[in-house]
Design a protein around this ligand. Structure first.
Ligand code: FES
Length: 600
């Protein structure tokens, strides 16, 4: 090739791919390309390398993110795969968000991360992008941004961590973090033991090793066709994970060769999302995935509006729970992997899947499954139940509606620890927010019985920015000490995917919204949940609800400190978040980023 052809002023700069795309604006395209090459050559690239299709690799490594600790090795393996296929791999950073190192919550930063991902994909000369992530909010943020940018993308997750061990029993983040902490709170475990357990709960790099949000979203990505079949479950520290990374790099180059047909807005169809929701139900996945999937769906111009919370419930009614993993069951992601992982699960789910849905490999889901060798595993050694003999007949995740949640609420019924609570009425014990709850929940004076319904207000998207995972309201200590392990709990917040209990989440509209019924619940009001009928109700007449709502609205003045009003005066990202975030049933995305938002 002529190494100087790019500087020939009589030739247009093109074709618009590789280094020649998305030129920085200097008013002279040839000079822009000349200057770009000046700088990239400082890194030692040859003209041959720079003439190749470019695969960008999103690097979300951070020393504050142990779930992503293996990303440097994964990047090396992806690069190997890209180069074997004739491409040029260039990694670049976006922000890194870990659950335990993000205040007020990682969810507060998910939309920022999605904007970062979208804009860096748009801004830089990449023909396809490998999105490396894993920790809960990362993969949803990356897919939201990737769909909006609509360049060819595929995902590579960091993979689950290995379980640890305490007194001969396997333990792992983070279901066992919560179980053991609850025992310590109840006084049945001493401080030395909880300290020992702290050392074992996350014994390796990788994402939480149960069916929490990270594992759920990894399985969902495979179901969507955005990741190879084995991509969800291979442990973070395994050689299998590195081979998947190499394969991912090779697939990324083939995505470029496929042109527009495998760009996310074309590849992903309504059927792809229905497959994802089927898998979510069959794995007893995290309730957080409902919020994330709604945000992802509402980024897609051709799918937005065609899937709602009710779609999740409808699919749930015909989808059995097949995967026995904590918190709904008792195993870890390594067991899921050793049971055949997503290939084995999808084979069981075949009758419910849209097998013609496309995947990033260029094959349909059905063809991929046909090509995957079947390795029979004895039933007693597998944590994946047959379709004909499920662990739970249907509806691991349910959507509830009623006067307390006109726009819906979500419950992981399969994670209930006391199934009698799935049909229950009891008097509300109301906490006005997280701080109020922390102050009073363990008070000996708290007027609470095992039949009470614990209600936590103001932890929704606006009420407590980022919708914290505080929906797992702890059992009041005096009841925990009596052996009470589960109570009906209701909030507008979220719950970690690794947690369990009879817990109603994501009540919409949230309590901070002046029109919210959740916001007017008082101590002693009777709350009813009937999962069979999908009802969440407060036993108040319409007139009383109207009166309380009107009284509350009157109190809100422009100078009020309530978040719903105060957000108009907030600066920076916090102000942007507070003013633009939509409700949980829509995905808690920024309204202006959705497919129904502004188009320019
Ligand atoms: Fe990262 Fe659980 S904290 S996946």
């Amino acid at each position: 090739m002529d190494r100087n052809q790019d500087y020939d002023l009589d030739r247009p700069v093109g074709p618009i791919q590789g280094m020649r795309q998305g030129l920085t604006s200097y008013g002279d395209a040839h000079f822009s390309l000349f200057l770009r090459k000046v700088f990239i050559k400082a890194l030692g690239y040859s003209e041959d390398a720079l003439s190749r299709p470019i695969v960008g690799i999103v690097n979300t490594y951070s020393s504050f993110n142990p779930c992503h600790a293996n990303i440097p090795q994964l990047i090396d393996a992806v690069k190997r795969g890209v180069q074997l296929a004739g491409g040029l791999a260039i990694d670049f950073p976006t922000i890194s968000v870990h659950e335990s190192f993000a205040a007020p919550t990682s969810m507060f930063l998910r939309n920022l991360m999605s904007m970062d991902t979208e804009e860096m994909i748009r801004a830089q000369p990449v023909d396809a992008v490998v999105l490396i992530g894993g920790c809960d909010k990362t993969t949803p943020a990356q897919l939201m941004g990737g769909i909006s940018a609509n360049k060819p993308i595929l995902h590579l997750v960091t993979g689950p961590m290995m379980p640890g061990s305490h007194r001969g029993v396997r333990i792992g983040a983070c279901t066992d973090c919560r179980n053991n902490w609850a025992s310590y709170r109840a006084g049945t475990m001493d401080i030395e033991e909880i300290g020992m357990i702290n050392e074992e709960l996350a014994p390796t790099a990788g994402t939480c090793g149960v069916m929490g949000t990270a594992s759920t979203m990894a399985c969902v990505l495979v179901a969507l066709g955005m990741m190879p079949l084995k991509g969800a479950s291979a442990p973070a520290v395994s050689s299998a994970r590195l081979r998947i990374a190499e394969q991912t790099g090779t697939i990324a180059v083939s995505l470029i060769q496929a042109g527009d047909s495998l760009k996310p807005q074309t590849l992903l169809t309504r059927e792809s999302f229905l497959n994802a929701i089927t898998v979510l139900q069959a794995i007893g996945g995290s309730t957080n995935a409902v919020v994330h999937l709604m945000a992802i769906i509402n980024r897609h111009p051709d799918v937005a509006g065609s899937i709602t919370l009710d779609t999740f419930d409808e699919i749930g009614r015909k989808t059995p729970l097949l995967v026995d993993l904590k918190p709904s069951g008792s195993n870890y992601m390594t067991d899921f992997h050793n049971s055949g992982g997503m290939a084995a699960l999808l084979r069981e789910l075949r009758p419910l899947l849209y097998l013609q849905a496309m995947t990033v490999t260029g094959s349909t889901l059905g063809k991929l499954l046909d090509a995957e060798p079947v390795i029979p595993i004895p039933r007693e050694l597998s944590c994946i139940a047959p379709f004909t003999d499920p662990l739970y007949p249907a509806s691991s995740l349910v959507v509830l509606r009623g006067n307390l949640a006109p726009r819906g609420a979500v419950m992981k019924a399969s994670a209930s620890k006391n199934r009698t609570l799935l049909s229950h009425s009891g008097p509300a014990v109301v906490f006005a927010g997280s701080a109020d709850m922390a102050r009073r929940i363990d008070s000996d004076n708290l007027d609470v019985t095992p039949d009470s319904v614990l209600v936590l207000q103001n932890i929704g998207p606006v009420g407590n920015p980022g919708m914290p995972e505080a929906g797992l309201i702890p059992i009041p200590r005096k009841l925990a000490a009596q052996g009470v392990q589960d109570m009906l709990r209701v909030s507008d917040g979220r719950m970690s995917g690794t947690a369990g209990g009879t817990i109603v989440l994501h009540v919409a509209p949230e309590a901070a919204d002046p029109t919210s019924v959740l916001g007017i619940v008082r101590d002693g009001d009777i709350i009813t949940v009937d999962v069979e009928a999908r009802v969440l109700r407060i036993e108040l007449g319409d007139e009383e609800i109207r009166k309380r709502t009107t009284d509350r609205t009157r109190e809100l003045r422009p100078e009020a400190s309530e978040p719903w009003v105060a957000r108009r005066r907030m600066r920076g990202y916090r102000g942007l978040y507070m003013r633009e975030v939509n409700q949980a049933d829509q995905g808690a995305d920024f309204e202006f980023l959705t497919a129904e938002g502004p188009l320019e």
